[in-house]
Every structure is written in C-alpha cells, then in structure tokens.
Design a binder for this molecule. Structure first.
Ligand code: ADP
Ligand code: ZN
Ligand code: ZN
Length: 733
C-alpha cells in the first residue's frame, strides 16, 4: 500500500463534494479503478460510493493520518468509464446538485447498493434434453401448454414471452423443472433484421436530412423541423442504421414510451441491430439489464425516456431526441435536469452529432437554429400521399353548448362518422366536471390541503384533488347552507364529454383516452387496438392523444377548449398552447384521407390563434421569439428558480427574504424577482414561495449562483426549510 495515494469518492449522499479516502489495507492500488463501487466509512455508518479519481497526496487535502480507509471494493471492473464520470461531474456542476445524488440517479436501483450487476442476457426456459411426450402431461393442462410453447422454439422462450400464457404459470414451471422436463436458459439478444423491401423510398426532403446527418462529423446539433406526418421517424431510422453499420451505438430519447407503443415498435422492427428499451414502467430488473447491455456495448440502440441519458454507452456515436420541445424531458423534482440539454452536452463531450426532432421546436432550439449554432433541417411536406389538415376556428360566444360542444361540431362529427371515418375530440381536463357548486348559496367544493377546487369523477363517484391526490365522497347536502339536492356540476371533463357523445351517437364506440382510463397496464394499447380495429369511432382525450400516434382513419379533430391555454399567465404559455394545438391537429388526415380541424374558442381574434392558423407554427414562433427578446426573457436571458416550501407561509417568506439579504454582495449582476407565492400557493398542506434569478449571461449566473448557494447552505436557516434550486426552469409559477 502506498501512503501517498488519496482516493476521491462520490459518496451516495446529498453532498456537494467528493470525499477523500485511503486505499483499503488489503488491496493493491491497481485494484482501485475509477468508476468502481466501494464501501466506505461515513460518519458512524457505511455508505456506497464510486471511486471518482485517485491522486497523489497534495497539501490541499487533509493530512492523510486523519483520513479513513475504504472498507471494501465492490466491483472488479468499472461501472462508469471516464467519459461518463466527466459527464456526471458536469451535470452536478451545472445544476448545482450534489454529485452523490447525480451518481445515484445514473445507476439502476440495485447497483446503488452493493449488489452485483445482473447478467445481460435475459433468462428463459427451454426443454431439457430428454425426449418429451406432450401426451404424458394431458392431466396438467398448464404444464402441457408451457411445454407446447417451448417445443415450438429451438432457442427457448424468455420469461417475458411466457407471461403471454394465461394464468399464473409459476407453479407449473416449478413442477416441470422438478420433473427434469425443462431447464433455465440464457436468451440471446433479439436481433431484428428489417427486410429491405419494407423500407420506404425517402422523399427528397427526407434524403437531404439523412445526408446532412451522415455528413455531420464530430459534434454537431441538427434540428429536424418537420411537420407532423412528414416522416421524421423514417429519417431517424436511416440515421440510426447508418451509425450502427459503423459499429457505433445510438441513443434515442422520447418523451413517454408508454404513450407511443407504435414508435417503439418501429424502432424495434426497423433497426438492423440489438435494440434495448428503458423507461419507468419496466421492472427494475429489466431496467438494470438494459443498462448493463448498453454499458457493455452489447446493445446497438437504446431507446428510452429522460433518465436513459445517464446510461453509459461506450461506443456512443449518435443521439436522437424525438419531440425535443416536450417538457417531460425536464425532471420536475429532486435533481431537476433537462435530458435534452444534457444530451447536447453529452454529444459535445463525445464529439458526436445530435438530432433534435420536432414539428413544433421549442423557442430555445429555434433561437439556436436562427443564429446558426444548430443546423436547421426542414421537412415541409407530409410523407406519402397525406396532405396537411385544414384548420378552422369556431366562435362559440353566441352558441349553446352541450357538454362543452357546439352544434356545428356535432354536425361535423356526424358527417365524418357517416363516411365511416374516425374523430378525435381533445379536452385537456380529465374527470367529469372541474367544479361542484351549491346553486342555493354558491359554495364550491375545495381541497382542504390546497388552494384548488376538487374535480368530480363520475366513474369513481369521488371528488378528487388533482394537485395533492386527496379524494372524498360527494356530500349528501351542501356543507355550507345545508340544502339538499342543491349541488350541481359545472364545466366539463373528458368523462362528461364521453357520456354526452354516447347519448348523441349511441351506435358508435366512444373511446376515452386519458390518465384515468389508461391507468391499468396495457389499457392504452388495448384502446389503441380498439381504434385500429374499429370503423367509425370517436376518441375523447387529453394531451395523451397529441403524442405521436398515427391514426390513419382520423379525418376530424375537434379542440373543445383552446382558451384554457390562452389565459394562463406563464410567459411560456403561448408557446405551449401553440405546440399543443399543432400536435393535436397533426392527428388529422395522416393517410390518404384529407383531415379537418375545428377549434372552439371565445377569442376568435386572438393574435396567437390568428398567426398560428394563417401563417403556421414557424411564423408564430418567430413572432413569439421577438416578444421574448423585447421582454428579455429566455432564451435571451438565463434563469434559476429557488423554490421554498413549509407549513408556515411566513417562515417560508422569511427564509427567502433572508436568502436575498446578501444578494448585493453575492449576486451583484443578477436580477431578482420575488419572493412571490406559487400560482397555487398551498399544495398538500405546504406553502410554496419562489425566488427567480435572471441575467443575460449564463456564465455570470452560474458563477454568482455558486458562491451564493455556498453561503446559503452554510446558514442554519437553510436547514429549517425545504428548498431547492431549479436551473433553466420550464415552469416558474
Ligand atoms: P413523423 O414522425 O414526422 O410524424 P412518420 O415518420 O411517423 O412522421 O411518418 C408518417 C407516416 O408516413 C408513417 O406511416 C410512415 O410510414 C409514412 N412515411 C414516412 N416516410 C415515407 C415515405 N418516404 N414514403 C411513404 N411513406 C412514408
Ligand atoms: Zn349551499
Ligand atoms: Zn389538494
């Protein structure tokens, strides 16, 4: 053992620095590889950490006789190579987040402990060598079915594939194993080879985009700005295939895989290589296997949601972000990172190209494209024979609405379903009615824990607070005036629209798609299948319906309440509203049949709606950018938001007041806004207040923020309240 070596460890704990340790007595320094997990003494307990680096002792470190030694080396080979460690260090610095927590976020659950990584090969079953007669199992039908299934395949069947057999098959598997009829086997990764004739001929625009991506050498950010249905996915598939053919790995980030099973299937079927999938609905075992496959370089393409950005990929050669404008790329709690922004950084560190795709690019990305930091590729034609939909506004000010739908829209729906076409109605509000009121005295059902109203859910027969999740039954009589039968539902959610349409169109399936109707696993897939198999039908849904689905028979999209977004005070609200409207509209007319979109509004002269309708999203976004520049808002300024919360509103405000007391010294070049209460100040019993920091120079923001946070974290006040830093916040209310 050499006394002069110090090991810097990222300890899995909310700590902002690396910690110094001595090598364990028993190990040689050659075993202390950076990126390996170790167990270390920490306070009076032991913690898991990752060796970040080892260095020779220098004078700045505490003298080595006060350092403690590493207790145990867990890994023989590193989990995180130098590239990944560099990336994670950068993440911790940029988001002013503890390095130990960043590392934890990057590791699968079991590897945050001292467990050994699972084998990358999926486990399955195969028939054991002996000759087997199905006839012998005629009295055990489940065992017989399993055997039948195993006999049909030469390589065996994975555990996952076996779950498609009905019922609980575990006891039967066990019995078969005891009888020596079957045995465990490692499944080879599934390699898909797309048949070449399945590939479409690229349009000129698509080919140009593919060529540009192939030509990108080293770090290069390309915006693939393509209208809905223009064939962006086809471009991704070509670019990915090209990279894989050069033995490179490809990372594809998508907003929510569970919502877009079609997209996932296209990657799984369309790629010539091993495709691994990572998202939060996977079991932790499957996620870990995916992680290991990518980390060992066995997976050629990893498709996943935001946290997949932390999966190590030693041969990474291309990153693709689909729907780059989607805010689900931003983690909204704890370690508040933006997977899109981090992906650009990762591409820069690896010196590789990255493609950001969207029909409605974020203003940040558009800004970077306008000033030519990003290469701007445009797809302006719909692929195949499809035409962009025709969009019209319906002024509902003087109309009588039933369940929020005007008679013009009902008429249009009837016309389409008479032609056996399908219809989508979009309403961004789940439940039956957003408000329960007493018509005798004006009482409104509000949440006891939030500054918010309760939503009535008819299916559940419950009042439900969408902010804290608390639920209760409908009162028998008005809690205020005691009147009976005086409570009425006001406004409408998807449940009410579904009910009403069922009455108007009793012979047509009405399929509701929102978070409630798709809560159970597989239920969204089922609903999507139902739509595919059905003739005329009406889908009623929330923004879930806006996400990338391809419904070839939908010819009419009705947007019931476009005004909801127009009235929101957040400065990003116009951008969000425009994106949502365009994305929802994009579901109409995706195949040969032309599509039509009807937008109900009480503000038909609203400038946003007019620009969007008459000039399109790009014109709208350029105008919106000009306004942001005028108001000096992002992307022309950089922000960090301090969020504080506590059970005593005064105390929360006092903390933020205290926090800015040193701002003249520590934040001299930063504009401060606040403290201000959150839009919904009280949520789940906590009072929430914000402090917004803003400046035109990103570096200044980070330097001064760092010093100020360092001071603030040392103050006793900072420990009495829950607070956090959100760098580049996407929601500031
Ligand atoms: P986007 O991702 O831009 O919404 P997709 O890639 O999903 O668009 O393409 C929309 C539809 O058009 C898909 O059904 C796709 O198979 C088809 N498509 C894409 N490119 C072509 C092409 N060059 N020729 C014919 N059909 C195409
Ligand atoms: Zn009342
Ligand atoms: Zn609540």
């Amino acid at each position: 053992m050499s006394n002069s070596v110090i090991i810097k460890v990222a300890v899995a704990a909310p700590l902002f620095s690396l910690f110094d340790y001595l090598p364990p007595d028993s190990a040689s320094t050659a075993q202390l590889l950076p990126g390996c997990r170790v167990r270390v003494p920490f306070g009076r307990s032991k913690r898991i950490g990752i060796i970040w680096e080892s260095c020779d002792h220098d004078d700045t470190a505490p003298p080595s006789h006060r350092l403690r030694a590493i207790t145990e080396i867990i890994d023989a080979t590193p989990l995180l190579d130098e590239n990944e460690r560099l990336f994670l260090s950068w993440c911790a610095g940029y988001y002013h987040h503890p390095i130990g927590e960043v590392v934890s976020a990057a590791l699968p659950t079991r590897l945050r402990q001292s467990k050994q990584p699972c084998p990358t090969l999926e486990q399955g079953w195969r028939v054991a060598g002996k000759s087997i007669s199905l006839h012998d199992f005629r009295n055990a039908p489940v065992q017989q079915r399993i055997l039948q299934r195993l006999l049909d395949s030469t390589e065996g069947v994975s555990d996952k594939q076996l779950t498609t057999l009905d019922g609980d098959i575990r006891p039967a598997l066990k019995r078969l194993q005891q009888k020596g009829a079957i045995e465990r086997s490692n499944m080879a990764p599934v390699l898909t080879r797309p048949s070449s004739d399945k590939r479409v001929t690229l349009s000129q625009e698509q080919q140009k985009a593919v060529d540009a991506i192939h030509a990108a050498n080293g770090f290069n950010t390309l915006l693939l700005d393509g209208i809905t249905g223009s064939g962006k996915t086809e471009v991704y598939l070509h670019a990915a295939d090209h990279a894989i053919s050069r033995r490179l790995q490809v990372l594809v980030l998508v907003p929510e895989i569970a919502l877009t099973p079609q997209l996932l299937r296209r990657f799984q079927r369309g790629i010539d290589g091993v495709v691994a999938v990572s998202h939060s609905a996977l079991s932790s075992g499957n996620r870990e296997r995916t992680w290991m496959q990518a980390q060992k370089g066995e997976a050629d393409l990893l498709i996943g949601t935001r946290s997949a950005i932390f999966t190590p990929m030693p041969r990474l050669g291309l990153i693709i972000i689909d729907e780059e404008h989607d805010i689900s790329f931003k983690q909204q709690e704890g370690f508040r990172y933006s997977a899109r922004d981090l992906a650009v950084m990762k591409a820069k560190q690896r010196n590789i190209p990255i493609v950001l795709g969207s029909a409605t690019p974020s203003l940040e990305t558009l800004h970077n494209s306008l000033n030519e930091r990003y290469q701007w590729l445009k797809l302006r034609q719909r692929a195949g024979k499809a035409k962009p939909p025709q969009i019209g506004l319906v002024d509902i000010r003087a109309q009588r609405l039933r369940a929020g739908i005007c008679s013009d829209l009902i008429k249009s729906i009837r016309e389409e379903i008479d032609k056996d076409h399908q219809v989508i109605l979009f309403l961004n509000r789940r439940g039956y009615a957003p408000q329960l009121t007493c018509h005798a005295c004006g009482w409104i059902a509000e949440c006891n824990h939030c500054d918010a109203r309760m939503t009535w859910h008819q299916k559940l027969q419950r009042l439900w607070c969408h902010h804290c999740g608390c639920q209760h039954a409908k009162p028998e009589r008005c809690p205020d005036c005691g009147a009976r039968e005086s409570l009425i539902y006001q406004g409408q959610g998807t449940e009410r629209v579904e009910e009403y349409l069922g009455e108007v169109f009793p012979d047509i399936p009405v399929i509701r798609i929102d978070r409630d109707s798709t809560r159970r696993k597989g239920s969204l897939e089922k609903a999507l299948h139902q739509v595919n198999d059905s003739g005329a039908c009406i889908m009623v849904g929330t923004q879930m319906l806006a996400k990338g689905h391809d419904f070839p028979r939908v010819t009419l999209v009705g947007i019931l309440n476009a005004d909801q977004g127009l009235l929101n005070p957040d400065f990003r609200s116009p951008e969000r509203t425009a994106q949502l409207l365009v994305q929802v509209s994009g579901r109409a007319g995706r195949a040969e049949k032309p599509g039509k979109v009807l937008i109900q509004t009480r503000h038909p002269h609203n400038p946003l709606l007019k620009t969007l309708l008459h000039k399109g999203y790009e014109a709208f976004s350029r105008e919106e950018l000009a306004q942001r520049q005028h108001a000096q808002l992002p992307p022309f300024a950089h922000q960090a938001l301090i969020r504080a919360e506590g059970t005593d509103s005064k105390q929360v405000q006092q903390f933020l007041q205290f926090a800015i007391s040193r701002s003249p010294q520590l934040l001299p070049h930063i504009e401060l806004w606040g403290p201000t209460p959150a839009l919904i100040e009280r949520k789940a019993g906590y009072y929430r207040w914000h402090l917004l920091l803003q400046t035109g120079n990103r570096q200044v923001l980070h330097q001064q923020l760092k010093e100020w946070l360092k001071w603030l974290r040392q103050q006793p006040q900072a420990r009495r309240i829950r607070w956090s830093v959100d760098v580049d916040p996407v929601e500031i209310l």
